[in-house]
Design a binder for this molecule. Structure first.
Ligand code: PEP
Ligand code: MN
Length: 347
């Protein structure tokens, strides 16, 4: 990581730096922060001669070398002071809430528009709505691209930024062109490195935020954080990690709740953690407890499925979605736990 003395390198300085690292088979990747731009050395940065030559440049303040498989997302990275701001909330400073339907029903757009207004009223900062849906059953409703218009209409009416899952490059393009501010990588795609790269490239020069779900089959936490590094390595570090339950180990919950990994993640990465209790426990009556537990474990936010009329919803909504009053109560209680946690001595 190259830290310049000024807020950013001039084009001539950047070219000189690129030429030096190029001699050693590396490249530089600018990471544009709110205050200054830092430059990641992409490649094997262990060569002492390369480091000495960079350190000798008059406009370089210092070179930080982190031996980590995820040097940008690592807690020790210079990006650790980076803050993600969306929907009027700065992650880490206030509990961030993403809420909305699992799936937008294009035949009943009114439900989504009502849900959007209701989740805003309940205290959500970001509106979620599934346009394209990854379904285990190939014959189940797979989503409908036309729903992007309903999503953006809800965003205009409420003023909330929106979160939508994308599963391929075409969907990434359609979502970004429509103005989606948060792209969701679903659990099934968290290990799809081509998609992670494509998203990294697509958001590189934007302030889009990526919500990266934890895969059902992810083991070591490094695997999860490295998936985020794939995206960040293209230059946009606005990545939020989202535990959402792993492969079920007990009968009852849809997945195995994993909000308890939050402190472990925070020991390794500066990335904010937003827990999804809805897919974790998979049943509306358990969601509130899981959401509160997540905040107790140190989550920076929650991603909760909600619907004005769950029984009339589609996708996961009939079984998982909270009604707006329950969502409002969950958010209010979660904020109390958040406040208690401020004085907490542990991680
Ligand atoms: C969803 O958010 O509706 C979804 C499909 O989530 P996951 O990828 O966590 O299963
Ligand atoms: Mn869902």
């Amino acid at each position: 990581m190259i830290l310049p003395k000024t807020t950013r390198l001039t084009p001539e300085q950047a070219a000189e730096v690129a030429a030096i690292v190029g001699e050693f088979g590396c490249q530089i990747q600018p990471i544009i922060g709110a205050v200054r731009t830092i430059y990641a050395i992409v490649g094997d940065e262990r060569d002492e001669l390369m480091i000495n030559r960079l350190e000798g440049l008059p406009y370089v303040e210092r070179i930080d070398r982190i031996q980590s498989p995820f040097k940008l997302m690592d807690r020790r990275s210079d990006l650790a002071s980076h803050r993600i701001r969306i929907g009027g909330v700065t992650l880490g400073e206030e509990l961030a809430v993403i809420a909305g339907q699992c799936t937008i029903d294009p035949r009943n757009p009114g439900y989504f528009l009502e849900t959007a207004a209701a989740v805003k009223e309940a205290g959500a900062h970001i509106l979620r709505g599934g346009v394209w849906k990854p379904r285990t059953n190939p014959y189940a409703f797979q989503g409908d691209e036309k729903s992007i218009e309903i999503l953006m209409e809800a965003s205009r009416r409420t003023g909330l930024p929106v979160d939508a899952e994308v599963m391929d490059e075409h969907q990434v393009r359609v979502a970004l062109d429509a103005g989606v501010q948060m792209l969701q990588v679903g659990a099934r795609n968290a290990l799809n490195y081509s998609l992670l790269r494509a998203i990294g490239r697509a958001v590189a020069k934007r302030d889009t935020v990526v919500l990266l779900k934890r895969s059902m089959h992810m083991g070591p936490l490094n695997e999860f954080i490295s998936a985020a590094e794939y995206i960040a390595s293209f230059g946009n570090p606005n990545i939020i990690l989202c535990p959402r339950g792993t492969a079920p180990a007990v009968d009852g919950y849809r997945n195995h709740p994993d909000e308890s990994i939050t402190p472990l993640l925070k020991e390794k990465t500066w990335a904010p953690v937003v827990v999804d209790p809805s897919h974790s426990v998979g049943k509306a009556s358990y969601v509130q407890a899981c959401a509160l537990a997540a905040v107790a474990y140190g989550a920076d936010g929650l991603c909760i499925e909600a619907h004005v009329n769950p029984s009339q919803g589609i996708g996961d909504d009939p079984k998982q979605a909270l009604t707006p009053p329950v969502l409002a109560e969950t958010i209010a209680q979660a904020r109390q736990i958040w406040a208690l946690r401020r004085n907490f001595a542990g991680v």
